[in-house]
Design a protein around this ligand. Structure first.
Ligand SMILES: [Zn+2]
Length: 386
């Protein structure tokens, strides 16, 4: 998991900051009746249906599988399985272009299990090894697997490299066994990109033209996407979240929406998102609509000077309430507030998100909606970028 810069400028690591937050959250929970607190505690780890609740009037997301799918000659997408009740929202999809001499990877996944799975599947399909790797941005589920590509030159936007270098300083020395990420302790190292570029860059890999296009600031300040004009394929990185609530802790949401509108004008048939099943322009437009609907609902409450967490507790998003990871609505509301306040920075504001979650839970407790209070473990999970 990413352990980036001081999460709050007070010398706390992100995890430490979240632990402080967990204590504060317990304080908020104290207003709930003792029986309900006991019930909450007994519920333990993440709920199959996390808060806010799904809306039965709208369809649930589809299920999709972990697979290497060939999209065109020498072009592949490796998707992570996901869907309702499957906790893969935090593991990213990757891409692969096969050339005569080497493979190029688009992102490295989160840890030893998914990275080795990707590498082995790629080798089986092509008989080749990875010689280049691009990190679409600095989030852990895209860069933490870099160490498993020892013979690949790693490229990224300078901002991504800078954030990787910061995170590397506090990255644990060993992998902790974690379902779906690592099955045994082993040496861990965050390898930072060694080649950076700020603007568009084109690779010709065998007969495949791969145009890297800078998209930031959008999901982060360093987003790179890969566009393959011959096949009208776009590897969007985390500029695309399909059926998965977009994660905006490092985002500039209005510019992210603008980028989606720009892509709508490109000659693209297939979009591989960072999270969710493979889709197209319609799916990207729908993700932009998530932010638009949220923006309208949030703005009313911002203008009424409502605290962001109280706003998040009131807001319903209709069909988007059913997307995977709905609790991300809280961080997304916080980012909208910061954008309108003029206080937005590229960094994750752990304090603001923690405070908003406490407010959110206080509203739910007041309404005796104990089942909609975000468990402490989920609270900490909000800090894990994706
Ligand atoms: Zn991300």
């Amino acid at each position: 998991m990413t352990k980036p810069e001081n999460a709050d400028g007070m010398g706390l690591s992100r995890r430490e900051a979240m632990q402080v937050g967990a204590g504060a959250l317990l304080g908020a929970a104290a207003v709930i009746a003792a029986g309900e607190v006991a019930k909450l505690a007994a519920q333990g780890d993440p709920q199959p249906t996390p808060p806010p609740a799904t809306d039965p009037r709208y369809p649930m997301p589809p299920r999709w599988s972990r697979e290497l799918r060939q999209l065109a000659p020498n072009v592949y997408a490796y998707t992570q399985g996901g869907g309702p009740g499957m906790s893969a929202a935090g593991v990213s999809n990757t891409g692969m272009i096969a050339g005569p001499d080497f493979l190029m990877a688009i992102d490295a996944t989160q840890g030893p299990l998914p990275a080795r799975g990707f590498i082995a599947t790629a080798k089986q399909a092509t008989g080749k090894e990875f010689g280049r790797l691009i990190n679409t941005h600095h989030h852990g589920d895209h860069v933490n697997g870099n160490q498993f590509f020892p013979h690949a030159e790693i490229l990224s936007h300078p901002y991504c490299r800078q954030e990787c270098l910061k995170a590397a300083a506090t990255t644990p020395k060993m992998w902790t066994p974690t379902p779906g990420i690592a099955d045994a302790p082993e040496e861990r190292k965050l390898v930072s990109p060694s080649v950076t570029f700020k603007d568009d860059l084109t690779y010709f890999i065998g007969g495949t033209e791969v145009q890297f296009r800078f998209a930031g600031p959008a999901h982060t300040w360093g987003d790179m996407m890969a566009y393959l004009p011959q096949y009208k394929i776009l590897f969007a990185g985390d500029v695309g979240f399909f059926w998965v609530a977009p994660y905006a802790n490092n985002s500039y949401i209005s510019k992210w929406i603008d980028m989606c509108d720009t892509i709508a004008g490109w000659d693209v048939d297939v979009i591989v998102p960072g999270h969710g099943p493979i889709g197209g322009k319609k799916d990207l437009a729908e993700m932009a609509n998530y932010f638009r609907v949220l923006g309208v609902e949030t703005r009313k409450r911002y203008d009424a000077k409502m605290p962001p967490g109280v706003a998040a507790a009131e807001i319903r998003l209709g069909r988007f309430d059913n997307w995977i990871g709905p609790e991300r609505l809280i961080m997304d509301v916080v980012r909208w507030y910061e954008e309108w306040d003029g206080t937005l920075t590229p960094d994750y504001n752990a304090n603001a998100v923690r405070q908003a979650t406490i407010e959110y839970n206080a509203v739910k407790a007041g309404k005796k909606q104990a089942d909609k209070i975000i468990p402490l473990s989920r609270m900490e999970a909000l800090a894990e970028a994706c």
